[in-house]
Design a protein around this ligand. Structure first.
Ligand SMILES: C[S@@+](CC[C@H](N)C(=O)[O-])C[C@H]1O[C@@H](n2cnc3c(N)ncnc32)[C@H](O)[C@@H]1O
Length: 248
């Protein structure tokens, strides 16, 4: 496939992505993990998978605490960068639609969902997660909240990344997706990337998760663990393979 025909999520997750999202750092990851630990109370023997792990900022923290953690991502660049930053971790280069192995807990942090064109393909990820979980396995799903995105949308802003590199971010909502154009401007060139994420409402996600066989234990509003409301910053699902489902 030529670069032009590649979907946006196969082009964007590189060094420029890391520069733009510098605030999504280890401190931010620690806060998310603390809520996971408090809520799921995982066992040190549990096999944990971070789906769409990126550089592995969550992975490295879990591993430091003595958990058996694996990370799956399709970006070679982010995985290599993570290896340099955190040392060798259990990285798996792969696609969230086809997860190898079985896990007791699967985690999806920071809106690593809703990237595919059709709802069917996006929801197929829940089936893939269900199949890759052990009996009564748990799924932690941290997604955006469309209402919050709409009410807080900044159409355009500029970030000075270094003395000779500026990023311009332009956002719009179109066809139930939040679309962001990111232009990196330096002295001799401009590079442009896109993000396009389907704005799934909480109710749509609940229905799809139930359909795939998950029971939902809680829905959180943020990384402090407040209960979800219409204008919460995040939509964080704590789900479990339903008792009614046999092990697959
Ligand atoms: C918004 S980033 C979040 C990264 C990480 N969870 C974090 O919080 O730092 C989304 C990640 O999902 C990965 N990703 C996107 N589509 C994927 C797919 N189809 N299969 C596997 N990984 C994918 C990207 O490469 C990227 O690392």
């Amino acid at each position: 496939m030529t670069d032009v025909n590649k979907p946006w999520y196969k082009k964007w997750f590189n060094d420029d992505y890391l520069k733009l999202y510098q605030q999504r750092d280890n401190k931010d990851a620690k806060k998310q993990i603390e809520l996971v630990l408090k809520t799921l109370k995982p066992d040190k023997n549990n096999k944990i998978l971070d789906l769409g792990c990126g550089e592995g900022r969550h992975l490295s923290y879990f591993n430091k605490l003595g958990f058996k953690t694996f990370g799956l991502d399709l970006s070679k660049e982010l995985i290599y960068s993570g290896m340099k930053k955190y040392g060798r971790q259990n990285f798996i280069l792969g696609d969230i639609r086809n997860i190898p192995g079985k896990y007791d807990i699967i985690l999806s942090f920071f809106s690593s969902f809703g990237y595919f064109e059709s709802d069917k393909e996006n929801f197929s990820v829940f089936d893939s997660i269900f199949k890759s979980l052990t009996y009564k396995g748990k799924f932690w799903f941290d997604f955006l909240n469309p209402e919050y995105v709409k009410n807080n949308l900044i159409a355009k802003n500029q970030k000075e990344l270094s003395p000779d590199k500026t990023a311009i971010e332009e956002r719009k909502i179109e066809n139930k997706r939040v679309i962001k154009k990111i232009s990196f401007i330096s002295k001799d060139k401009t590079e442009t990337y896109y993000e396009s994420v389907r704005l799934f409402k909480k109710e749509e996600l609940e229905a799809a998760l139930n359909q795939s066989g998950f029971a939902i234990n809680n829905i959180f509003a943020n990384y402090s663990g407040d209960q979800w409301t219409n204008n919460s910053e995040r939509t964080i699902f704590n789900c479990q393979k339903s008792r009614l489902c046999r092990e697959t």
